[in-house]
Design a protein around this ligand. Structure first.
Ligand code: SF4
Length: 433
């Protein structure tokens, strides 16, 4: 059978579809992927008829997927399947659309063959990794695009799912979907398998910086020690950028990962206000813990990117954001980012926002670098703050200067240009690109 993944525009290495491709190819199917904005899926399907079209759907792309699937189905004969975060947490979005043939909740590896064979239920739920054999992702379907295949930095996953339950995160909702598979909530492939994947990617496509933006790279000390040793033994010189929960680090662990090649660590601070931290259920990830972990990284020569969230559903969202800003200035990370909180359907905080009048039940989330979709005080200042944040922390803007700038409207074009500028600066300073 021939299977085509249709993406609007890949924003990075989307490894979920690569994992599905690997499973399908092992079963003898042909798999390809098109980015509709670049290649036009319509033209592709005219030239290469396929049996099944698959979409991996983020919440901010759900409307586009519904529309594009309908347009393509009006012209071509195929069965369509949707999976990914949006159908997982809002399955009715897919099941109520008669142009969609299959809706997958959760990881699709265990069910994707039955979809292609036509034996799956219309709404089907995949098992968690750990319940079946891990197959390394088939990156060829996305690395045929040079912007990804020739990139110095490529993405990897060391850890699937997460043991914690922050209210804004899908992991909590995920646990409710899988009460019978709790043992798999912190699945990691064997370090040897992951190391082999890194080496293969390096040999085939080139790799200087491996970016692990999974939930907590350092969450399993024994796994971490084995993986660091393998990195050292490999002599490849591959550098690592890893997302880590600050509570998972000790001074010794920071020194160990630095020796093994970790050069950048991402920490999520989210909010520095203790009351907001409780709303987000950040548990032991306190300001003191984050501050201490940043100092350890600094001492070990590791660059730190601190990730924050503004526009939260609290009584004074601007005050909350300013508190977090001041904490970031004090912390002096190499890089600081602030995304605009987006209510992800199915999460606890999404339900809280509806219940407390911050939005309607049918409000759709936007992108993390877009605008707030909530009814909150100072919404426009929050949107502008998202654009100024990077520079304001980096240049240690005094509070009064920042507040003055936040009061002045800026156009959409200026906002877009500011986003481009900060990414260009970040690529150069943090990732050396
Ligand atoms: S620690 Fe991170 S991945 Fe885990 S639940 Fe919280 S936000 Fe989600």
């Amino acid at each position: 059978m021939k299977i085509l993944f249709v993406e609007k525009n890949l924003r990075g290495d989307k490894l979920g579809v690569c994992c599905l491709s690997a499973v399908l190819k092992r079963a003898g199917h042909e798999v390809d992927l098109v980015q509709d904005d670049l290649d036009d899926a319509d033209a592709y399907l005219s030239a290469h008829p396929v049996d099944v079209v698959m979409f991996s759907v983020m919440s901010d792309e759900a409307d586009w997927v519904s529309k594009r699937n309908r347009e393509l189905k009006a012209k071509h004969r195929f069965r369509s399947a949707v999976g990914g975060p949006h159908p997982t947490f809002v399955p009715s979005w897919g099941t109520e659309d008669d142009a969609i043939d299959y809706v997958v909740q959760g990881p699709g590896e265990s069910v994707v063959r039955s979809i292609v064979d036509g034996t799956a239920e219309r709404l089907t739920r995949g098992s968690l990794l750990g319940q079946f054999e891990y197959v390394p992702p088939d990156r060829s379907i996305i690395y045929k695009y040079d912007a990804l295949g020739k990139a110095r930095m490529k993405r990897f996953i060391a850890c699937r799912y997460c043991l914690f339950s922050c209210t804004h995160c899908f992991n909590n909702a995920f646990k409710r979907l899988y009460p019978d598979q709790k043992v798999s909530f912190s699945y990691r492939p064997e370090p040897e398998l992951l190391m082999r994947e890194l080496i293969e990617v390096r040999e085939r496509y080139g790799l200087e910086l491996a970016f692990f933006n999974d939930d907590d790279f350092a969450g399993d000390p024994e796994w971490l020690t084995r993986f660091c040793q393998l990195l050292l033994d490999s002599g490849t010189g591959i550098k690592i950028c890893a997302s880590v929960r600050a509570t998972s680090l000790t001074e010794e662990r920071v020194a160990m990962v630095a020796r093994a090649g970790v050069v950048i660590v991402n920490f999520a601070e989210e909010s520095a206000d203790p009351v907001t931290q409780q709303l987000l259920r950040r548990g032991p990830v306190t300001n003191e813990v984050v501050f201490r972990a940043v100092r350890w990284c600094e001492d070990a020569g590791i660059m730190v990117r601190l990730q924050n969230m503004i526009g939260l559903p609290v009584a004074d969202p601007l005050g909350d954001a300013l508190t977090t800003f001041e904490f970031n200035k004090k912390c002096r990370p190499t890089d600081s980012s602030a995304t605009i909180y987006q209510p992800l359907p199915g999460t606890e905080l999404w339900a809280y926002c509806i219940k407390n009048g911050f939005m309607d039940a049918d409000t759709k989330p936007a992108g993390f670098f877009d605008r707030t979709v909530l009814r909150i005080k100072n919404a426009e200042e929050i949107n502008r703050f998202g654009k100024y944040w990077y520079w304001a922390v980096k240049e240690q803007w005094p509070l009064e200067i920042l507040q003055e700038r936040l009061r002045v409207p800026i156009s959409d074009e200026q906002m877009a240009a500011m986003t481009q500028a900060l990414w260009a600066d970040r690529r150069k300073n943090l990732y050396g690109m």
